[in-house]
Design a binder for this molecule. Structure first.
Ligand code: SAM
Length: 350
């Protein structure tokens, strides 16, 4: 991981930053003014959605989409101001039906932000809720996704893809129960195939060997093709595999390198016992962004921190948090959540 040189206009005295590791109760547009320019590494937040809930401050209760954007964009602009030139901004918004028609509010916001606030949109990451609220609509499907927009100020944004994928590789190759099952279904396919018994024997040996390679982390994965069951490889570069299929009855394609990281995050909707907040996002999703976009001790700001999910994820992974929310009950709850969170020591020596 290469440390980036700090641009000369950047705020470096992070311990003197106002609200360092604090949940502050108040109007975020006012509190943001107290944060110096270019002092925060990551803003990650979920503002009130358009016409979804009344949080008491007006934002989200506007009559028209354009009015909502006119309220939200100045706050977004403040987030852009406080983020370092190497920093990142992640905004999560939900959509809304009006007169049985989807408004596409998140996308209206993202377009306006890129057009008016001097940012680039790196990714639109889709959060897939694996357990959406069950509904029985007769003439439409249940919404089970929300976008997380990743914006940056410059091309020089902090991005720790290697660290991030290293962890993904651990998960894929041994960190979860699925690794015990890796490739096992191919044994059954070999048995039911048309291969001769000696070919089946060789296929089983080759399969066992490649499974061990995955478990040792030497390769990321593999695919096996068995004659009569899978499509034949084409000619050209695949010619060698075609010959292997004909001669041996099977071929194994090893997949090297890091697992591909796609722009999709799948987690359950989080439900916390006695949580007073009606709309929280999972700390697991925040942690993914923290690993990808920050390093330990970086400053993470959430101007709409609600139940404290962002702060909890930051504290757990040894990042500094700053959280704002208008509602004192949510602030109290967020503080108590943080008190009940323990450091993951693995993040201390990253
Ligand atoms: C969608 S919720 C955020 C939930 C949060 N991500 C979580 O996981 O708990 C939006 C939050 O913004 C707060 N809020 C609304 N208007 C605000 C304002 N003007 N200033 C500060 N907070 C505000 C609400 O009280 C609410 O908790």
């Amino acid at each position: 991981m290469v440390e980036k040189e700090i641009a000369t206009n950047e705020y470096t005295d992070t311990r003197k930053l106002p609200f360092w590791n604090e949940i502050v109760c108040g109007e975020s547009s006012e509190l943001l003014k107290q944060i110096p320019d270019a002092s925060v590494d990551l803003v990650i937040t979920s503002p009130p959605y358009f016409k979804q809930r009344d949080y008491g401050a007006g934002l989200g209760n506007e009559q028209l989409p354009a009015e909502y954007l006119a309220s939200l964009l100045p706050i977004f602009q403040e987030c852009v101001r406080v983020v370092k030139t190497t920093g990142n901004i992640v905004f999560n918004l939900g959509d809304k039906y009006d007169d049985s028609s989807l408004l596409l509010m998140p996308y209206r916001f993202a377009i306006a932000a890129t057009e008016q606030c001097g940012v680039r949109l790196v990714n639109n990451i889709t959060w897939v809720k694996s357990n959406p609220t069950p509904r029985q609509f007769k003439r439409r499907l249940v919404s089970s996704t929300e976008p997380f927009f990743h914006f940056v100020k410059t091309d020089d944004y902090a991005y720790y893809l290697d660290e991030f994928l290293k962890d993904e590789a651990v998960k894929a190759n041994g960190g979860n129960k699925a690794s015990d099952k890796v490739g096992k279904s191919y044994f059954a396919l070999i048995e039911k195939s048309e291969l001769l018994s000696e070919q089946k024997h060789q296929a089983r040996l080759a399969l066992q060997q490649v499974i061990e390679e995955v478990k040792r982390g030497e390769i990321q994965g593999f695919r096996m093709k068995i004659r009569g069951l899978h499509s034949e490889p084409f000619g050209g570069q695949e010619g060698g595999r075609k010959i292997q299929m004909e001669r041996n009855g099977f071929t194994i394609i090893r997949i090297y390198g890091h697992p591909m990281k796609r722009d999709v995050l799948t987690t359950p909707v989080e439900s916390l016992k006695s949580c007073p907040h009606p709309a929280i996002y999972p700390t697991q999703v925040v942690e993914e962004f923290l690993r990808l976009l920050t390093k330990p001790n970086d400053i993470v700001l959430d101007p709409f921190v609600g139940s404290g999910s962002t702060a909890v994820a930051a504290y757990k992974t040894n990042r500094v948090y700053i959280g704002f929310d208008l509602n004192p009950d949510y602030c109290d709850y967020a503080r108590s959540r943080i008190r009940n969170t323990t450091y993951q020591t693995s993040f201390l020596d990253e």
